[in-house]
Design a protein around this ligand. Sequence first.
Ligand code: ADP
Ligand code: MG
Length: 406
Amino acid sequence: MRPRPLTATRGRASREGEPVDIGADDSSRHRCAPSPPQPVTMRAVTAHSVTATLRAMSLERPIVLAIETSCDDTACAIVDGAGRVLASSVSSQLAAHRPYGGVVPEIASREHLANWPAVASAALGPLGLAPADADLVAATRGPGLVGALLVGLSMGKALAYGLGKPFYGVHHLEGHLWSPFLATGGAPAAAPPGRFVALVVSGGHTAIYDVVDGAVTTLAETRDDAVGEVFDKLGKRLGLAYPQGPRVDELAERGDGAREPLPVPRVEGELFFSYSGLKSAAIRRLEALERAGLVVDPTDPPAPVLDLLAAFRAAAVAQLVSRLERLHRSRPFALLAVSGGVAANRLLRREITAWAADRGVDLRLVPLGYSGDNAAMIAFAALLRHRRGEPGDAFTVEAESRIPFG
Ligand code: ADP
Ligand code: MG
């Protein structure tokens, strides 16, 4: 296996200024008008009272304040020196973008600005902390939408500069990669070993990395679509609302994937993923069902569609497991860390757990609360860099839509 350089993009917004497809009417995709004011709805807030936390355990320094605004989630988190997630708040902008059929970069940036005070208060308020209590400040620097990234990155840099604290500009994938070591319920993070293998599966990435003392090398990546992207695209074809992946997963639970399985592409020589063939095969089968007169109600799909979704999910997950198996056979590894939005997939969690138990691999599956985009993972990545003795980044660090990784 030859490690290959990777130019990473996040989500489906690789070209600046173009909306990211979120599954609504395509005809309106390129309109870019200001969105009406939206109430800030928190997708997730976890905050433990600092008094209660202090009573139960002693917090460790440094306290890290992190910001993530790389796409359409505005997120803030506070993590202590032991990697305890003291607070993590995430606000989604779906309502603001849905009328345009995609994430409109201009609107995403404005929404981040508008939502940040509420998101920051949701994280800091219950802890009774102020930004000045942070010892380190971190923010995602990319990859992602540059305008959206700039909001969080600029706020992070300004906070750190104003407070005289070190600043860490974190790669979004670096955040995902270490997230399986985070614990829930305010418990300390596990100490990552010196060497492990990481599988990152999300809407924009499908990759296996070799991690040695913090240095990351790509072992395999997708040659076409990312696995989360094909869940979303098939779900969109069915008429489901974005993000379709979790709903496809739910519906697949009710189907029988063994009735008519879909193939898993084999690899010879170099290790890689490929998902566009599976996407096309699943859509072709759906079209055949429709031609045969099947009416597909996305709120309650008929049994043949549930079977198709189950077959699709089984093939998608089997491809991930087959690559891990091949890698393990050629070069056994002791610990596997699985992260990214698709790591929430029920079948993936079951199959990878069974595979790892069978092979005696120590499996770290990202806790469900940290599988999608969040700032706790950004804080933890910064904390690990700090622990490795990295002093932080210069304030000249820039937001970038693509940043090589691994
Ligand atoms: P990115 O940062 O690359 O946009 P995230 O890490 O936020 O991606 O993950 C979002 C992706 O994860 C979406 O494609 C979404 O559909 C997918 N996803 C979330 N939950 C599930 C699930 N249970 N099954 C399959 N895909 C899922
Ligand atoms: Mg992500």
